[in-house]
Design a protein around this ligand. Structure first.
Ligand code: SF4
Length: 492
């Protein structure tokens, strides 16, 4: 479809906007949003119980465009003042931002966060460092270092030591997943499941904003030894030619769409020379954090054209979109961006982890899956928070994850039940919690592998003792007196 036709269903309204502080909470009715670069719109907010036509929702990109402005730890004091956050808490947030990555932007700050609800606002918690993300000892130590203006070398040493205790590369990402080709480790490439290879382009190892719970946080802390990345696409292509079992390549990071269309094209064009590649996936949260990437960024049209071309060459474009909360789907910009992306023929699949204090309510997930479905994006995964970084702070016990998943699943229409979860992306593979039940008087978790390093494990059910406090696969113990969860499978 040509770019001219992408917004053909657009309409405008002459309704008067309500006061801005009433906007974000509404689920139904005409919606007006604050402007950023002129992306004001009126339409109907897609809510769990609404029934409005998505085609009515999106306005075309404002020709003036929207200018991206990143906020980092240098801007933290100014931003926390906006949320009337006490000085002590603000200092603690700065200390967390010295250890874990912090970045947000003008769209997130101006359009997504409800500042009247800070510090509990879910999008604030999604992007701003929370004091308890670090253990008290580590937090106090870092606050002290910053407070007494310790030398940068001393701060660097201390934060590195803290980071190394936060399991920067969970689940064998580096040790087990990095492939070897012609005697050389392909750093910045991961091959865990037979059909799928992940590529981490050097230019894509950042995001428009960083999630506080990010499991790839080590990519963004400026420590080269912790970062996985490659710009050697020829080596990737050579590997793929020798591995015809690989049919899917995920370009990820970071965020695949922080790269310019020109840079992304270099990677994509090279992949298209490999006949066995059927699907190119793009891992991104740009729709949520910077939808103008598809609307008014200088090369937005080039990016859409690139998707068009991949599809015209008979390959599938899968956008692995990360949406954590239905608030992220409420602006005219994100809805227009989804429409534009879909107009190329790309299929958007949505995934996110279940995070304490951000999306740990069944209603939140039910609304998320319902709205994404209505916008034509497919619910794909509900993940469990991974065993890295501030997992202790954000994780929700597996039993509770399952109850939330089940309660949300029961509320949505069949087309939204494409979602799978709750899923742990763990060392041996993706493990889904199917249920909690009782067998011969013993309470157990019922689990199965959705994906596995060993294909023979896929789909095989197994059992673990019920443990109300378990938050990860490694917390689980075999049921029925067995010595292993699954014979012969290394779970650690
Ligand atoms: S968008 Fe993804 S990679 Fe980027 S910070 Fe969030 S979770 Fe991490």
């Amino acid at each position: 479809m040509s770019s001219k036709n992408r917004d053909r269903h657009v309409h405008t309204t002459t309704a008067e906007p309500p006061r801005q502080d009433t906007i974000r909470r509404s689920v139904e009715g005409v919606l007006w949003l604050p402007m950023i670069g002129g992306y004001r719109r009126a339409g109907r907010l897609a809510g769990a119980s609404g029934g409005h036509n998505v085609e009515d929702l999106a306005l075309p990109p404002d020709p003036r465009g929207s200018k991206f402005r990143a906020f980092t730890s240098r801007d933290l004091a100014e931003l926390t003042a906006r949320g009337r956050i006490p000085a002590r808490q603000s200092q603690a947030m700065a200390a967390v931002a010295a250890v874990l990555p912090f970045r947000t932007n003008n769209y997130v700050v101006d359009e997504l966060i409800d500042w009247s609800a800070v510090p509990d606002d879910p999008i604030f918690r999604l992007t701003f460092p929370q004091p308890d993300m670090l253990e008290p000892g580590d937090l106090n130590r870092t606050v002290d270092l910053i407070g007494r203006n310790a030398s940068s070398a001393e701060v660097r040493r201390a934060v590195h030591e803290i980071r190394m205790r936060l399991n920067p590369h969970p689940d064998g990402q580096v040790d087990l997943n990095t492939p070897v080709h012609n005697g050389r480790h392909l750093v910045g490439v991961q091959h865990k499941y037979p059909q799928t290879v992940l590529v981490f382009p050097s230019q894509g190892q950042s995001c428009h904003a960083y999630c506080t719970y990010c499991f790839r946080w080590a990519q963004f802390v400026g420590e080269p030894d912790l970062r996985m990345a490659t710009n050697d696409i020829d080596a990737v292509v050579g590997y793929l030619r020798d591995h015809p079992e690989v049919t899917n390549v995920l370009i990820t990071g970071g965020d695949a769409l922080v790269m310019s269309a020109g840079v992304l094209r270099r990677y994509v064009d090279a992949l298209l020379t490999v006949d066995t590649i059927e699907t190119i996936r793009f891992g991104t949260k740009a729709l949520s954090y910077w939808p103008y990437r598809l609307l008014t960024d200088r090369d937005a049209e080039d990016l859409l054209r690139l998707f068009d071309e991949v599809i015209a060459r008979g390959r599938h474009v899968a956008v692995m979109a990360h949406f954590s909360h239905p608030r992220e789907l409420t602006t005219g910009a994100v809805q227009a961006a989804i429409r534009r992306m879909r107009s190329t023929g790309a299929v958007i699949r949505c995934q996110a982890p279940l995070i304490r204090g951000i999306n740990d309510q069944a209603e939140t997930w039910a609304e998320l899956w319902t709205v994404t479905s209505r916008l034509g994006a497919i619910p794909y995964y509900m993940f469990v928070e991974r065993d890295t970084g501030p997992q202790d702070y954000f994780s929700v016990p597996l039993a509770r994850c399952y109850e939330i998943f089940r309660a949300a699943y029961a509320q949505v229409a069949g087309l939204a039940r494409t979602v799978r979860g709750p899923v742990m992306s763990a060392t041996p593979g993706k493990v889904c919690i199917d249920g909690i039940t009782e067998v011969n008087g013993e309470r157990v978790f019922v689990l199965h592998f959705i994906q596995a390093r060993g294909p023979e494990l896929v789909g095989r059910p197994f059992f673990a003792q019920f443990d109300p406090d378990a938050t990860w696969l490694t917390d689980l113990k075999p049921a029925f007196g067995a010595t292993q969860l699954l014979p012969g499978v290394q779970f650690v």
